[in-house]
Design a protein around this ligand. Structure first.
Ligand SMILES: [Zn+2]
Length: 473
């Protein structure tokens, strides 16, 4: 999941209770005629019912995800596990009977974490629960050691600029929502380095609890020294803060082997169910196959990949071949480069105008609520009409959204209606980018409902009468 999506998610997370309800009403009123969904959707009731019952009849999706997360593991760009996952996914698509299964080469960055540790050495000894931030440089081989200065935001950092030379800066800002706090992870290193800091510790971007550090990408500013950057658990940030607020001199020793190697070859994985009447018109369903190098990338975003694959598997199994082509794309390199998404835009430029819609699932596969949409009012109306077929699984909400990081380059270039699967996000940030992003956090029944929602939305978009789709432009 990337910055843009988080910005939007943050806004959504602030909408609660009556405000959110009011927004939903506005959307639904705008989206449906006064007396319910338009007549054409009724024709899709039987197909939707079959797709839902096939997707939710067993734990197929969860079992497939367990194979990926257990037997392949986490999948950082450039890692052997991501290479294995790409081969595995193409094999699974063939086993599902999909057509035109292939990989599309993408060059991706290769960041390697290596061994890493951080410890308080003065006034007492504590190992810190830490994770280097993605893209960070390492320390000198022997490590580095320096006193810590605690600040609670960029204003305070600037106010203490003269005290930062030769120091390690701890940015101790409590998590509120992602856009507000992830900027400290993104920009903290360069902001501190401008004033001569030698390293930066960032309080983890996520709710407090259980001493769990959260990694994620950073952005070094051009022309500023690159210093090592680390996420520490909220408990450890508070430990340092308590000591410094007692005017104790806190010294931290940091050792990191992190480094960046030359770009390596990776790939997007693509499979299709070719359309029976208009095969050149395309609906894309997708998730990103890469993950961070901690945990197992179950929620971010192995689950999204599997439910996108499920949409086609279930259609194929039921013999439901839509009018247009449904294409599943499993993106590479969402987490630290979005090269998969940009490569798709470049390679498929000539046919982007024939993309009817692009859907990405990258919000987790918890209890599905419905879809986020970016596009015209007509697109929102059409999606809301189709989502009404998902009422029985509680997934008929339609909200503003649709800004998946990987579909974004194509969507922007060709003004393609964009959809995001929206789910109950209450657990998402607790495990986001941590060792705890494992399949035990995912409920098989909720996941199967996500698969059902993806299948119905993709099928009806791909099969809808041309007049309906014309209204989406
Ligand atoms: Zn993601």
């Amino acid at each position: 999941m990337n910055w843009n999506k988080f910005v939007r998610r943050g806004f959504q997370r602030r909408r609660r209770g009556p405000e959110r309800a009011a927004l939903l009403v506005v959307f639904l009123v705008c989206s449906l005629r006064a007396d319910g969904p338009p007549a054409w959707t009724n024709e899709y009731q039987p197909a939707a019912a079959r797709l839902i019952s096939e997707a939710t009849r067993d734990q197929f999706a969860w079992n497939r995800l367990a194979t990926l997360t257990d037997s392949v593991g986490n999948r950082l760009s450039g890692s052997p596990q991501l290479d294995r996952a790409i081969i595995w996914a193409a094999g699974e698509m063939k086993r599902d009977g999909l057509e035109n299964v292939h990989t599309e080469k993408v060059m991706v960055p290769k960041w390697v974490r290596g061994a890493e540790s951080a410890e308080i050495v003065t006034p007492s000894h504590h190992f810190l629960a830490m994770l280097g931030l993605g893209g960070s440089v390492g320390t000198p081989k022997e490590g580095l050691e320096a006193p810590v200065v605690v600040v609670h935001g960029f204003e305070e950092l600037e106010a203490h600029a003269s005290e930062l030379h030769g120091r390690i800066v701890l940015l101790n800002v409590a998590f509120t929502n992602y856009p507000e706090t992830s900027r400290y992870r993104r920009a903290g290193a360069s902001r501190a380095a401008r004033h001569g800091a030698v390293a930066v510790l960032v309080r983890s971007i996520g709710p407090d609890g259980l001493r769990l550090p959260h990694t994620g990408a950073l952005d070094y500013a051009a022309g500023v020294a690159r210093i090592p950057a680390v996420a520490v658990s909220s408990e450890d940030a508070d430990l340092i803060e308590r000591m410094t607020s007692r005017h104790e001199n806190v010294v931290v020793r940091l050792k990191m082997d992190a480094h960046t190697e030359p770009d390596v070859e990776s790939a997007n994985v693509v499979g299709e169910l070719r359309g029976r009447e208009l095969p050149d018109e395309i609906v894309v369903v997708s998730g990103h196959l890469d993950s961070w190098d901690v945990g197992a990338g179950a929620t971010d975003d192995g689950g999204g990949c599997v439910v996108a694959m499920e949409a086609l598997r279930v259609m194929k199994k039921l013999g439901l071949r839509p009018r247009r082509t449904v294409r599943v794309v499993l993106w590479t390199n969402e987490e630290n480069g979005t090269r998969g998404g940009t490569a798709y835009r470049d390679v498929h430029r000539a046919e982007l105008g024939r993309h009817v819609a692009m859907i990405e699932s990258d919000n987790g596969v918890f209890r599905p609520l419905g879809f986020g949409v970016a596009g015209s009012e007509g697109a929102r109306r059409t999606v809301a009409a189709i989502a009404s077929l998902l009422e029985r699984i509680g997934a008929s909400e339609v909200v503003a959204g649709g800004d998946g990081a990987d579909i974004a380059p194509s969507v922007r270039e060709a003004h393609i209606p964009a959809l995001s699967l929206e789910v109950d996000g209450s657990k998402y940030f607790t495990i986001h980018h941590t060792q705890a992003d494992t399949i035990d956090k995912i409920d098989p029944v909720e996941m199967s409902k996500c698969a059902a929602a993806m299948a119905v939305m993709a099928y009806v978009l791909a099969d809808a009468p041309p007049t309906v789709l014309d209204a989406m432009r």
